[in-house]
Design a protein around this ligand. Structure first.
Ligand SMILES: [Zn+2]
Ligand SMILES: [Zn+2]
Length: 258
């Protein structure tokens, strides 16, 4: 299994996961938070075409995740997966398209990937995050949650690779020029994970198989890649576990979980 991010942060998110099943490769896209031209450009940079995508899976309705979903999936006839709550919140006309609903606890198969949904704690209608396996490796993703519930820790235990939100540094957020209500929203249990929360999560979850950690969804105003990396390094053994930090413009390059 391998993955790449086309961009990660509050200005747009999209993640590709590829798995080989015999000679055929399945690639699924999680979220499409960029406009159609920008998506094409970023996909091309990752060496993929829209026709390579077997599914577009949407985590929740916020613009940085779902802003480009309808236009992109419609133009390239890509099957879409999302919760019914996300579908309703988007309130867009998906008629004639291949739309599939999933909810907390559901698993579904796309080519060589089995993908499982779990609920998180975020100010959206029915937000989901996912873990998946190609039969050998388990990858889990966790962004856009204000807290790590026992349910989340349970869903993500025993992963070979984890992508975890490192949205903000506590001190940088506190000192930032953001209005009080926004600071409250970001740091609430329905907001985003801080570097220190990401570290606590990594320490608490079963990380015995963990080979790779990706820090993601960093705030461009309230965080620095070095601070996110430090928080991860504090709890995982950097000698045994590769640490990657995703960027808004560059995401991160294809990386194999093996
Ligand atoms: Zn987001
Ligand atoms: Zn969100």
């Amino acid at each position: 299994m391998k993955l790449t991010s086309l961009g990660s942060g509050s200005k747009g998110n999209s993640l590709l996961v590829s798995a080989k099943d015999g000679f055929t490769e399945t690639t699924v896209m999680f979220d499409c938070g960029f406009g159609i031209r920008e998506m094409q450009r970023r996909l091309e940079r990752a060496g993929r075409f829209p026709a390579d995508l077997s599914a577009l899976i949407v985590t929740h309705e916020h613009g940085d995740h779902a802003g480009g979903v309808l236009a992109f999936a419609r133009r390239y006839r890509i099957p879409v997966w999302m919760s019914y709550g996300t579908f309703q919140s988007l309130g867009k006309d998906f008629s004639g398209m291949d739309v599939n609903f999933c909810r907390d606890g559901d698993s579904f198969v796309v080519g060589g990937l089995q993908i499982s949904a779990f609920t998180i704690s975020h100010d959206a209608r029915e937000p989901l995050q996912f873990h998946m396996t190609d039969g050998a490796m388990k990858f889990g993703m966790l962004t856009d949650t204000g807290q790590v519930t026992p349910h989340i820790a349970n869903a993500l235990s025993g992963c070979d690779a984890l992508m975890v939100e490192c949205n903000y540094d506590d001190r940088m957020l506190e000192k930032s020029a953001y209005p009080f209500y926004l600071k409250k929203r970001i740091s609430s249990v329905y907001g985003h994970l801080s570097n220190s929360c990401a570290g606590e999560f990594l320490a608490q979850v079963d990380h015995s198989r963990l080979k790779k950690v990706i820090g993601a969804h960093l705030s461009q105003n309230n965080n620095l890649p070095e601070l996110a990396r430090e928080a991860i390094e504090e709890v995982v053994d950097a000698g045994r576990t590769e640490i990657v930090v995703a960027g808004q413009d560059d995401g991160f390059e294809w990386t194999e979980i093996a």
